[in-house]
Design a protein around this ligand. Structure first.
Ligand code: NAP
Length: 266
């Protein structure tokens, strides 16, 4: 390993599907991973080579280089407020991977003691899109409060050396763009799921893609989707635009149909 890819001791808080997916690559790279979560993941952790701790105070005293927050968007405030920061033994970088960014930035700035560095990140991929590797997949980040540049670079190198497209931008810009893209994709997927669309013997390529969009959103928890809406201030506007666009498209068709009917009568 080069100095920017030195082996790190990483403590993960919230060991759900996405954290487990990240941990596999981190372990492959030679990092040491400890985890804690609301539920007991001792067994699955054992299989992955992760050390799992049920006791948060014991976990926080483990001298981590990085504490990576992987809880749901909806539970973030509650989880961060419950962290026993007084148990920290050394300089530690706090990072998060939530799919919204202004909300964790605000919560972490408020709750994490000033002495500790903060980087807010969003890997723009998941267990499905990243199952064959992370090459060319986007990794967004903002160095919110970074004094130990070397440690932060070592953490970012986890993604860089897998070939991710590294995008340094603000949490605000992330949320604006994510509302226009990721949130729309999730919403369309959820709508198609409500409609229970499924493959037919005469699928067009376009329809096949829609079924894929539906299936990929069904793999994500409703907690995640709710978080994309509730904790991204730009999402409400996008939801309204989508609703009014559907009405406009329907209106165009009705106008055309009425014109046809009038032609037939005259
Ligand atoms: P998720 O449903 O968004 O989050 C599951 C995690 O949140 C689990 O660790 C769960 O703990 C924890 N959690 C939920 N409610 C909690 C509560 N009340 N108190 C304490 N912990 C609670 O599923 P996910 O897909 O694993 O995503 C984790 C994070 O990564 C999210 O912030 C998400 O936005 C982000 N992310 C996900 C993806 C993706 O493709 N899935 C991609 C990029 C970023 P227990 O399991 O212990 O109950």
């Amino acid at each position: 390993m080069s100095s920017s890819t030195r082996s790190l001791k990483i403590g993960i808080i919230g060991f759900g599907p996405f954290a487990q997916f990240l941990a596999k690559t981190m372990i492959k790279q030679g990092h040491l991973i400890n985890a804690t979560s609301r539920s007991d993941y001792s067994e699955i952790s054992g299989h992955l080579g992760v050390h799992f701790f049920r006791d948060m105070e014991e976990f926080m005293g483990l001298e981590h280089d990085v504490i990576l927050i992987c809880t749901s968007i909806m539970s973030l405030s509650e989880v961060v407020k419950s962290i026993p920061f007084h148990c920290l033994q050394r300089q530690t970088l706090f990072a998060d991977v939530l799919s919204v960014k202004e909300h964790p930035k605000q919560v972490l700035l408020q709750e994490v003691p000033e002495d500790y560095d903060l980087v807010c990140t969003h890997p723009m991929f998941g267990p499905e899109s990243g199952k064959c590797g992370w090459n060319n997949l986007t990794f967004m980040y903002e160095r919110v409060r970074v004094r130990d540049e070397a440690l932060c670079s070592s953490f970012l190198a986890i993604f860089e050396c897998e070939g991710c497209k590294m995008l340094e931008t603000t949490c605000e810009d992330h949320d604006r763009l994510a509302a226009e893209s990721q949130f729309i994709a999730h919403t369309i997927g959820r709508v198609l799921s409500e409609m229970q669309i499924k493959n037919t013997p005469i699928d067009t390529k376009g329809f096949e893609k829609l079924v894929q969009v539906k299936e990929s959103t069904e793999n994500d928890s409703f907690d995640l989707y709710s978080g994309l809406f509730i904790h991204n201030r730009f999402a409400k506007q996008q939801m309204n635009s989508l609703e009014s666009a559907l009405q406009r498209v329907k209106g165009l068709l009705e106008t055309r149909m009425n014109q046809q009917d009038r032609k037939k009568i005259s």
